[in-house]
Design a protein around this ligand. Structure first.
Ligand SMILES: NC(=O)c1ccc[n+]([C@@H]2O[C@H](COP(=O)([O-])OP(=O)(O)OC[C@H]3O[C@@H](n4cnc5c(N)ncnc54)[C@H](O)[C@@H]3O)[C@@H](O)[C@H]2O)c1
Length: 316
């Protein structure tokens, strides 16, 4: 990056990144998988993951599958006209299923929109008939929407609210009765560090993430007597297609041709006190697996930030 571009883009990109966040390869040998699965902490359990065809959702699926959990991936796997950057494809969903199965577990891939409550209910019913339980609910499907308040049209407002917030509510409403009936479970909502501080460049996205934290805390109270835990996880900047796409990069630094690599370097230099820019989705997957494990039995109603020390700047 030239010095000029660095200075000019830093201000804008950082404003975006600050909005995003002031806030591994998964090595595996087939033999190791068989071992992990046979004695895995999650053997016999089932995970239901929305937005599981790629990115963070798929990383969560892999970490739970490594522990022996069977997985249901529920993903839109299509490109609605109202979403301005690429969603996962049917091929991504099929590949994700194969990746999960490579860990020696079963995987059901279901194409569906979290805005469609009936489809979610049908997917939960299918989960019950295939696997008999729904132990881990990862409420992960979401989209981003850069821009400034005052500049969004009604469709943009509705799209992000319907997917990120109403979609999360739909997912919980569809899955919670099954968990409540079985009297156990772990629910994790994929919020964001934009849900922990104001965000000038992602105000709608941030608002949906603040709301998801509220939803997690309320649900934690509702299901606490059943020993079901509910937590929100807040990543900062993760290497996925949510931010690594032309639409978002151009919205953050209009006309400047800022690349994802430049954004990554700025994240490392300016946002994360730890020596990392965009970190890998597996880092979020590991946190989710911890929250699903025995070590997190009494952790509920919490917000778990994965901020590479950026959140040390926040009030407690
Ligand atoms: N990438 C980051 O830096 C970051 C940071 C904090 C939080 N998050 C959150 O993590 C979650 C996953 O994001 P990601 O980074 O993996 O992005 P991603 O775009 O790679 O993955 C999102 C997945 O959700 C699916 N999806 C989108 N709309 C859907 C709908 N209506 N119904 C069903 N599926 C739908 C997409 O097809 C895609 O597979 C999101 O909720 C996001 O807000 C991401």
């Amino acid at each position: 990056m030239t010095e000029d571009l660095k200075t000019a883009s830093r201000r804008q990109v950082l404003a975006g990144a600050a909005g995003i966040g002031l806030a591994a390869a998964t090595l595996s040998a087939t033999g190791a998988h068989a071992q992990e699965q046979a004695g895995g902490a999650f053997a016999g359990k089932t995970a239901f993951i929305t937005g599981g065809a790629r990115g963070i959702g798929l990383a969560c699926a892999e970490e739970l599958a490594k522990g022996g959990a069977n997985v249901v991936l529920y993903d839109i796997a299509a490109q609605p006209a109202e979403i301005p950057y690429p969603m996962a494809t049917e091929e991504d969903l099929a590949n994700a299923k194969a990746t999960v199965e490579s860990h020696g577990v079963k995987c059901l891939a279901i194409k569906g929109d979290v805005r469609d409550f009936d489809a979610l209910q049908a997917a939960v019913a299918q989960t019950q008939s295939e696997f008999g339980s729904l132990d881990f609910l990862i409420v992960n499907a979401g989209i981003t929407q850069p821009g400034r308040l005052g500049g969004f049209d009604e469709e943009q407002v509705r799209t992000i609210t319907d997917i990120n917030l109403i979609g999360s509510i739909n997912t919980m409403q569809a899955a919670m009765p099954m968990m409540q009936e079985q009297g156990s479970g772990r629910i994790i909502l994929m919020a964001s560090t934009t849900g922990r501080a104001g965000s000038d460049n992602f105000p709608l996205y941030g608002a949906t993430k603040w709301a998801m934290i509220g939803l997690a805390k309320s649900a934690a109270l509702t299901v606490a007597p059943l020993n079901i835990t509910v937590n929100a996880v807040c990543p900062t900047l993760v290497r996925t297609k949510l931010l690594d796409n032309e639409y978002v990069l151009n919205a953050l630094a209009p006309g400047q041709g800022v690349t994802f690599e430049q954004f990554d370097a700025l994240a490392n230099q300016q946002i994360h006190p730890m020596d990392v820019g965009f970190y890998e989705p597996v880092e979020v997957g590991r946190t989710v697996a911890f929250l699903c494990g025995d070590g997190a039995q009494f952790i509920s109603g919490e917000v778990v930030d994965i901020g590479a020390a950026a959140n040390a700047r926040f009030p407690a």
